[in-house]
Design a protein around this ligand. Structure first.
Ligand code: PMP
Length: 296
């Protein structure tokens, strides 16, 4: 699904077949989760294939690496250039791009000098699909920001996301919503969360979440289209009263939510601000937004 015999990846300065890539089994990343990564999308636009917010994604990759004491010797420009080459070599236009920074053999818990960079890409539909999601409040909390650097995109952090997703699916839901250590809503396992009430959007502030690039894009779209938005702490009970809600993320884009803990939101998705933002987001990533100045 992720690669076939023709797929080319970038690994430590070389282009090679994905099927021929190898890794050391003693890498610190495999044993202890100390790697960093990104999730980026490229879109086919009338200006050719465009990587959406490459600079922001690669700045976050460098931030995540630094947070984990990983020396990543590539500039944002180099990483962006390599990614365009990767897309070209694989003849990809609409694609999901996965840069992974992983470490050499090290069975101690100290920083590792040997650093590897892998870039790969594949065609990937919207992560949470196109259906309206039934979401459940997770029994797992987001990691306490004093136990890790929660806004760094670290491989090991995703064990929390896997536990939450698996629990939600096992209970018959589509996705989980995780609270922070104080019981306020934080985010989904791989996406940020927004709800709307009375023509206004609400999302939690930074502090316990990944600072999503899609979240930031939603902020920009709200400003451009004069949509009221507040960053504030709230609980699942506040969300039960909502008119609508959605997740945002590079892989998920803008994903509609139907209910939280079986409490169905008041408006049909098509009548929500989220629906309009989902459309505006597509226009923006596909660079069609010049034609849509009037959103509402
Ligand atoms: N939160 C988590 C935990 C994530 O994994 C992601 C996906 N990277 C997001 C939020 C959304 O971030 P972005 O919009 O930058 O993809």
């Amino acid at each position: 699904m992720y690669y076939n015999n023709d797929t080319v990846i970038f690994l430590d300065g070389k282009w090679l077949k994905a099927s021929e890539g190898k890794t050391n089994l003693y890498t610190q990343t495999l044993h202890y989760g100390s790697g960093v990564f990104e999730g980026i999308r490229a879109y086919k636009t009338s200006y050719g294939t465009q990587i959406f917010k490459a600079k922001e994604h690669y700045e976050r990759l460098k931030y995540s690496a630094k947070a984990m004491h990983i020396e990543l010797d590539y500039s944002v420009d180099e990483l962006t250039h390599l990614t365009y080459q990767l897309l070209e070599k694989n003849k990809l236009q609409n694609a999901y791009i996965r840069p992974l920074v992983y470490l050499g053999a090290n069975m101690t818990l100290q920083p590792t000098k040997e650093v590897h960079l892998m870039l790969c890409a594949w065609e990937w539909g919207r992560y949470l699909g196109d259906t309206q999601l039934e979401v459940v409040t997770s029994s797992f909390q987001r990691p306490n920001p004093k136990s890790c650097i929660v806004d760094a995109k670290v491989t090991g952090h995703y064990t929390n996301s896997i536990l939450a997703t698996t629990e939600a699916k096992n209970k018959g839901y589509d996705e989980a919503l995780l609270l922070d250590m104080n019981g306020y809503v934080a985010e989904g396992p791989g996406a940020n969360f927004f709800y709307e009430k009375g023509n206004k959007l609400f999302t939690c502030p930074l502090g316990n979440i990944l600072a999503g690039i899609t979240r930031q894009t939603i902020f920009e779209l709200c400003e451009a289209h004069h949509i009221a938005l507040e960053e504030t702490l709230f609980t699942p009970s506040d969300v039960y009263e909502a008119d609508g809600a959605f997740f945002t993320g590079t892989a998920a884009e803008v994903a509609p939510i139907k209910s939280l803990d079986k409490q169905t939101f008041k408006l049909n998705w098509q009548d929500t601000i989220g629906f309009k933002l989902a459309k505006a987001y597509q226009d923006k990533v596909q660079k069609k937004d010049n034609y849509h100045t009037e959103l509402i």
